[in-house]
Design a protein around this ligand. Sequence first.
Ligand SMILES: [Fe+2]
Ligand SMILES: [Fe+2]
Length: 415
Amino acid sequence: MFSQPSPSTDPTPSITFCGDPSAVSTGPDASPNVLASEVDQLADALAARFEELTLIHGLTQRLASSLTLTEQSNQVARSLLDELAPCIASSILAIHLFPGAGPEESTTDRSAMLPLRYSDEIFEIVGHPIADSELVAIVQATRAKSKQRTGDSEGVALVNDLQLGNGNRLRAVVVPIHRGTTSLGQMVAIRTVDQPEFGTIEADMMSSTSTMLAVHLLNQQQYQQMQGMFESMIQSLASALDAKDAYTCGHSNRVAELSFQLAARLGYDDHALANIRMGGILHDIGKIGVDDSVLRKPTRLTDEEFEQIKRHPVLGYDILKGIEQFRPILPAVRHHHESWDGSGYPDGLAGNDIPRDAQIVAVADAFDAMSSDRPYRPGMEIEKVVKIFREGRGIQWAADVVDTLLSLPNLQQHS
Ligand SMILES: [Fe+2]
Ligand SMILES: [Fe+2]
């Protein structure tokens, strides 16, 4: 066993490794001095690797806690550059994401895809602030020179003596950002020749962080695709209900929009607003399970038919409850026909036992039901609707939600 003791003042971590000592010697006849020198070299290499792994571990922890799947790709790249730059100590550290690398691939803002620099300190080499096109040209020249030497045009390109057109020299490392066969962009670090040469440590750290970025970007893309599919599914469910109940066509989307407006005025944050909009779209989805003859009946319902209609909140709840993403809207779906005085259905909840989303959707639902035209009757006059809400304030509906509804400018536009 060989060990390299580490004085308490030495920041280099103590390295201990086990195994056959001949594995690090040049042969059985190696002198003790040669052996000691090799051990020192190996210890240095291991210390450097340990430092690299420590940095990558720290980087991973910080990025994992700060990145979200809804961030723009250039924000993700910026966070990564901020973390990596102190470890690489280069004059320029930049990421160039190709169009389509991030979740916002349909963006019309092409500047989002321009190289992101951490710093821009090679003015004296190129003679002026470096332009994006010049940075891209340096990347291409580095790749070309690396390919001449290694024959590899795809992997990491490391050139410590890159000559520019004006005769000045640079050091550069270019690392591809890719996942499998999907090429997402590249990361480049540049140093002046009076700075130390780049080595495998810098290249490995850049490769590790590029892989992290690639995984994150692809996760984002998949998340966005799933989100798109989910939203399409919600609209398909709403359309299926509209097709079944033509009399109330558009009701779901109008209730969603009005619920959103009310919730925004009642202090909901963006996340809660998105949920209540989804709840509004799907609040009556349980009507899919109600007989068409009952649903479409233009005349007064019998008690038995009304009992059937009254089952739709629980039917909707049962349809949606098995899907994790619908969990936040279950209270609105199940309880939008509860009444503030406890006389509603299906559970007879009263007052603030009624979930807040359901209190809001209930007001939006009743407003749309009263005010919109139906094939068999015109919508009520807005004055009559307002009178009904004033009378039902604190009896059928939450008082503050009714107040919010009645304070909406251009209330008539919602009818
Ligand atoms: Fe309903
Ligand atoms: Fe409704």
